[in-house]
Design a protein. Sequence first.
Length: 356
Amino acid sequence: MSDGNIVHVVGTGTIGEPLIGLLCDAREELGIDEVTFYKHTPNLIDRPKIKGLMNRGANLVAANDKIKDFQELGLEPMYEAEEAIKRASVVIDCTPKGTGLLNKERYYNKYKNKVKGFLAQGSEFGFGKMYAVGINDEAITKKDKFIHIVSCNTHNIAVLIKTLAIEGSKTSHLKEGKFLCIRRANDISQVKSFVPSPEISKHGDPDMGTHHARDVYHLYKTLGLELNVFSSALKINTQYMHSIWFDIKLTNKITQDEAIQRFLDNPKVAVTNKLSANLVFSYGRDHGHYGRILNQTVIVLPSIHVLNENEVIGFCFTPQDGNSLLSSISATERFLYPDTYKEQLKCLGPLLFQEV
Ligand SMILES: NC(=O)c1ccc[n+]([C@@H]2O[C@H](COP(=O)([O-])OP(=O)(O)OC[C@H]3O[C@@H](n4cnc5c(N)ncnc54)[C@H](OP(=O)(O)O)[C@@H]3O)[C@@H](O)[C@H]2O)c1
């Protein structure tokens, strides 16, 4: 007998925790029967988080050799790691760089005929077809079992291009796009990897600079578009949001009012008149689900500037994990309800902001 729709999340970090929480809270509207989650390390400091997720209705999963350690913490795993993958309808991998690819080799490939689909997050380039909701929905087919949810800054750059330069899904008016990703050092939930001062990233890709533009290029390539994009990146010593400076040259003319109107008309874009990341971040903390802004970008309206009648320059903030959460749930619903997923996803509408 089928156990119904089971969504299994691997990892309970910055992205895994709010994802599990959102799946539990919207379980009924999303048509999910059970949410399970794999916790890697049994440690005391994570106990309240695990209890919180279990109280929301999610079932704990642990590796066989760690079950006793969890029990000693007073936490009872319901399933073993591989068993949880095997019985899932959809598996969402939210582990650090490289682990998703390893998990694919070790486990996911083994169960690909049983499980409807597998997702991995930003750092897992090569895991599967790239996806960002609202950008390349048409490119995802029922044959795609492995989906790579692109990174937060890739979402942001992709939606800037989509809003200003893409007509329908297949016509591009982009002449050239340049992007500077000004990244926060680490998330407020993380204690590692803070930087004491600005730290520059190397341009690893000879044509596109950092992975952000490269990923956007590949994301749009799933639609048959090959864009002229370049990105640079640096980390700064803050924990509040990434910011992006952009310079988008179009093949057509555009005015400042038209550019602003395009941002206002895109429901995945939030706009703000705030100039400080603190204020935007704290709006999300106060009004968002789990403190997250699920929009793909927050455009700073006073920064929007048009040069030479065809070049839009400005700043925006990246909702660093919110946009990936939205795409992860959208892709999950596509696996569970390939014909009616848009209906199910309507319940997330109220979690998107028009203005921050
Ligand atoms: N953070 C963001 O804002 C953000 C935004 C977009 C995309 N992403 C992407 O999301 C993914 C996860 O990032 P994150 O920031 O959420 O990472 P994170 O906060 O460091 O969390 C990683 C999680 O993976 C678990 N884990 C570690 N090693 C594992 C293993 N070998 N097997 C299974 N689980 C393991 C950890 O468990 P324990 O703690 O129990 O050891 C932890 O729960 C990355 O691909 C990242 O690029 C992150």
